[in-house]
Design a protein around this ligand. Structure first.
Ligand code: SAM
Length: 259
């Protein structure tokens, strides 16, 4: 059985006090003025990029694998500002291609969300866990690998519309569970620890629980934490003012690289 912890707090304060994990997932506010509970989401651009660099650095110090989902306009400005320590890691940009997009007439609309993967050089990826049916399989070609193929770095998933069953009515936005499943399965195995630093509707926690993976969810808004805790049948942890944060019930010893 996997464990789920929900920690109410600011990720920059909480992350450095958690045990080492296998993966950290980051889906910060995009600085576009979304009205999250208790969060302005409207900083000066320079302040936003500096803050984001601090978050990424804190995440990289916590786990060998970090995924940063972000707004497409931030990629070009963020990458050169990342600390050298981060840029020295294996960095790869994945695209979540929306299966429906925004329609614009004055310029082309945006049909994807970039997800930057930052990983230590020696990380082993669990590619067999995310295989998909190949074109050869679909065409009945006998040469097809019966296991399917490992997807490339452009991943097509629908955004979570208001009418979808997985949509939480109170959530302002959500990553699709199918996308999170692919990220978690490529990165982790049962027994690993995942940290989601911006949990909102607790998509990562739900997916990790299904996959038998331990998950710590950090969220700054207490109402969002309370919603998540009710659904996941756990309690909200208020961390001590200082010192390490203990994950009660956790048997893990911090991250160990897979063989
Ligand atoms: C874009 S949403 C995350 C959506 C999430 N991936 C999902 O699928 O539901 C960002 C969340 O980060 C929270 N947040 C903003 N600043 C934070 C901080 N410094 N530490 C922790 N959470 C924060 C907001 O309250 C909001 O719930």
């Amino acid at each position: 059985m996997s464990h789920t912890w929900i920690i109410h707090g600011d990720c920059l304060d909480v992350l450095p006090r958690l045990p080492a994990a296998r993966m950290v997932f980051l889906d910060p506010p995009d600085n576009l003025g979304v009205k999250y509970d208790g969060c302005e989401d409207r900083m000066d651009d320079a302040v936003y990029y500096t803050w984001l660099c601090h978050v990424v650095l804190a995440a990289v110090h916590r786990a060998p694998i970090v995924w940063l989902s972000h707004y497409y306009r931030h990629t070009c400005r963020l990458l050169p500002q990342l600390p050298l320590y981060v840029r020295g890691q294996q960095m790869r940009l994945f695209l979540w291609r929306y299966t429906f997009g925004q329609h614009r007439s004055r310029d082309c609309g945006n049909g994807y969300r970039p997800i930057l993967r930052i990983a230590r050089q020696d990380v082993v990826w669990h590619t067999d866990a995310i295989r998909v049916p190949s074109a050869r399989q679909k065409n009945g070609d006998k040469r097809a690998d019966p296991r399917g193929r490992v997807p490339d770095d452009v991943w097509e998933f629908s955004r979570v519309c208001g009418t979808f069953k997985e949509r939480r009515p109170w959530a302002l936005n959500q990553h699709p569970e199918a996308l999170m499943e692919r990220i978690v399965q490529l990165s982790c195995q049962p027994g690993d620890l995942v940290i989601d630093a911006f949990s909102h509707s607790f998509t990562t926690a739900r997916v990790c629980r299904r996959l038998g993976i331990d998950c710590v969810s950090i969220e700054k808004s207490l109402p969002y934490c309370t919603n998540g805790a009710a659904e996941l049948e756990t309690s909200v942890i208020t961390p001590p003012a200082a010192g390490p944060i203990e994950l009660v019930g956790w048997a893990g010893q911090g991250h160990k690289e897979h063989e």
